[in-house]
Design a protein around this ligand. Structure first.
Ligand code: FES
Ligand SMILES: [Fe+2]
Length: 351
């Protein structure tokens, strides 16, 4: 019996930022499938298996001709639908039976999403609702890291901000994070982990975002969405302004948006960013913030890659779960349940 995959299929995953995809193919392995994405002349995106049907050379090495791609090895030309248009020998009629798999692809929330699974079931309505990334009054930008660890470790990390105090001591960490009580709840296909820190000194970033001195109420609400997205509602409001954990539109608010796309069992693609509803018309702030956030997430990347190596080096030991881990534990349980529920042979298994 083969081990059950640790990721969900028949779902949308982020393949790339919209700004990463040009007419030249971009190769990216998604859930163990080598894919490539490129833009057609009309700007729409094509996602295709990154292997020539002839001798399996990566098609991403090929040459674009109009909306088609010509393999770099023997010149087989494939259309954006994946079907052969020209054979290596010019006198040979194209065999329409020669084709490469293409994938359902959709752009939303500044991301290019690909459907991993049964193409007929691909429905854009199922794309995770990253509402702050495309809402009026908000602005959004971010970056990409390739991370050498299981995507589940990144979900654990993002659903437990206790680590900020130690891993990000120089920027967003503060000791009050360790004092605030945690509230964890599950709603449908979402897990929430909330922290409310009333009447504290704002850390430097938030003090300057708020633009005033004085005590603040600070919140952090981590939200996990299937298949592997974490959005973290973060911000501060002046103490006494009436902000609560449930109603916190006062002050300054940001939404850290993290999309983890499995690449292999031990690596993933990490798309990170922040949407915010303050200084939205200040591109310089956006660029500076992106650079700063990239530095913070580079600290997580280094730590998680070391954790992954340590897990591999200690196969006789198991990860322990403390109270701080409840958000990650519930997210993992939700993924595992969804994988079991969507297995095609579920009927026989439960019979
Ligand atoms: S490997 Fe692509 S044409 Fe031969
Ligand atoms: Fe972190």
């Amino acid at each position: 019996m083969t081990a059950m995959a640790t990721w969900l299929t028949n779902t949308w995953y982020v393949a790339a930022w919209d700004a990463e995809v040009f007419s030249t193919p971009l190769a990216r392995t998604i859930c163990g499938i080598p894919m490539m994405v490129y833009r057609k002349l009309d700007g729409t995106v094509v996602a295709m298996r990154d292997a020539c049907p002839h001798r399996l050379l990566p098609l991403s090495m090929g040459l674009r001709e109009g909306d088609s791609i010509r393999c770099k090895y023997h010149g087989l030309k494939l259309g954006p639908d994946g079907v052969a248009e020209e054979m290596p020998l010019t006198g040979e009629a194209p065999n329409r039976g020669i084709c490469v798999e293409t994938y359902a692809v959709h752009e939303r929330h500044r991301m290019v999403w690909v459907w991993v699974g049964d193409k007929a079931a691909a429905n854009p309505d199922l794309i995770p609702d990253l509402w702050p990334c495309s809402s009026e009054g908000w602005t959004f930008d971010g970056g990409y890291y390739h991370v050498e660890c299981d995507y589940l470790l990144m979900i654990d990390n993002l659903m437990d901000l206790t680590h900020e105090t130690y891993v990000h001591a120089g920027s967003i960490g503060q000791p009050e994070i360790l004092e605030a009580p945690l509230e964890c709840r599950t709603e449908g296909e979402r897990v929430y982990l909330s922290r409310w820190m009333p009447g504290i000194d704002a850390p430097p970033f938030w003090r300057s975002a708020l633009g005033r001195e004085g005590l603040v109420d600070r919140w952090q609400i981590c939200e996990f969405l299937l298949p592997s997205v974490v959005m973290i509602d973060v911000g501060v409001a002046q103490t006494g302004a009436g902000a609560t954990i449930d109603s916190h539109d006062q002050g300054v608010r940001g939404m850290v948006v993290d999309c983890m796309t499995p690449e292999s069992e031990g690596t993933h693609h990490y798309f990170w960013g922040m949407a915010r509803n303050f200084r939205t018309d200040d591109p310089g702030f956006t660029a500076r913030f992106k650079a700063q956030q990239g530095g913070v997430f580079a600290e997580d990347k280094a730590l998680l890659e070391a954790q992954q190596k340590s897990i591999a080096a200690n196969p006789d030991l198991k990860l322990a779960g403390y109270s701080i881990d409840q958000g990650g534990v519930r997210a993992r349980q939700m993924i595992a349940r969804a994988i079991r529920a969507r297995l095609p042979d579920r009927q026989e298994q439960t019979a």
